[in-house]
Design a binder for this molecule. Sequence first.
Ligand SMILES: Nc1ncnc2c1ncn2[C@@H]1O[C@H](COP(=O)(O)OP(=O)(O)OP(=O)(O)O)[C@@H](O)[C@H]1O
Length: 462
Amino acid sequence: MRAKQKILIIDDEAGFRGAIKRFLEKDYSVEEAESAARGFEKAVETEPDLVLLDIGLPDQSGLDLLDRLKSLRPSPTVVMVTAYEQVRDVVQAMRKGAFDYLVKPVDLEEFELTVKHALENASLRNEVDRLRREVERLHRVHKLVGSHPAFLEAQELAIKSAQSADAGVLLQGESGVGKELFARLIHSSSPRSAYPFVALNCAVFSPEIIESELFGYERGAFTGARTEGKQGLLEAADGGTLFLDEVIDLPAEVQAKLLRVLEEKEFYPLGSTKKKRVDIRVVSACNRDLWEACEAGEFRRDLYFRLATIRIFLPPLRERREDIIPLARFFLEQLNDKYMKRFRDISPEAQGLLRSYSWPGNVRELRNTMERVVLLEDEELVLPRHLHFLTPEMAGVPPSDSALAFLSELPEEELPLEEAERMIIQKAYEKCGRNKSKTARYLRIPRHVLVYRMKKYGLEDT
Ligand SMILES: Nc1ncnc2c1ncn2[C@@H]1O[C@H](COP(=O)(O)OP(=O)(O)OP(=O)(O)O)[C@@H](O)[C@H]1O
């Protein structure tokens, strides 16, 4: 059942308040106040949909109170109530945003109608507020963090490509770099944004399922088909955007059928003789080079040209290291809200660790890392010990400046890698006062890994 709409009567005339309250109470939830001060308090407390506001209040002019009521969020719809001689004030009240006015003594029929209209207005304004908040939420959802030039270039290309309602966009990049987020951004910035965004991951289903998911089927089209038939994703996305993730895994027969749909804008659901018309844009994503797949004969070239009118390459996180900390902070804030934690920031040492890690799982891995920290720890700063689990994955980390200086003295002839590692470990061990834990920290490897390698190189007793 819908909750009753709330009306607040602010009027110093007890008789008037009582009569109005009795009249409205059967349909609405009614509160009353005899002064401006009390009325404002009640408005803050109860968030009424409608305020019936007397212009001539004892402690403050109704016009001033109107300003204060309008500054509330959400702000109520206000109908002014006035004695006949105050009609000039009414003009001012309307200018300040009052919805309507009533003159005392009120005519009940007119009163009822005015209240009804005012409440309709309140519902509409609530709906507009709700939609506005939804748009803001969507913007926050789609917020893309990153300022590396290659990332900004990709973002600019995505926004430009969204201006066309039809151009196929192919997003390429490693897993977790943000391809789906970009696909959603393109959709929501495009002329198709009021229509659905429908996603299909081509890597996770068998060829038969992909075909039936995309095209849908008639009742009893094949063994196992649901008796009532099923609408396909092409139809579900009509007017909007179809996102094909891992498009490289689209089975050959489906590639041919999809090309026909894109060219002719119509198709037959499986087992059906009734044509369906669809108008969609396809955004696809892939973490291998799709053109190479074409050259290897694994993907149709004609479909490639349809899907890849615009190609956007999203760089891996390790190639845009300056984005790591802003992204980590962005996730920290989001996750603080989600888990009601109070992390303020990331300590400089922990920032160093995050910056130097290789992030094979890209932004998704960074997000999961921050989620793990926020969920499990209860502090105000992210500290290196919160990130201990990142250490074993340090392979592929580019050398720090000091490491580079060290490497600049490489011998001319040759340097077998194992020999170099043995020398580094030995030198580090000496430098750290032959303390294994210290040496492990210095080399940023777990202690057991150091012990294992020292044994391997016979460094134990040196
Ligand atoms: N630039 C960014 N700003 C904010 N969040 C991001 C950014 N890039 C990626 N993300 C977030 O990282 C996660 C992974 O992104 P997404 O799913 O879009 O990656 P993907 O490339 O489609 O991955 P896959 O190839 O595995 O499907 C999501 O939670 C996404 O919201």
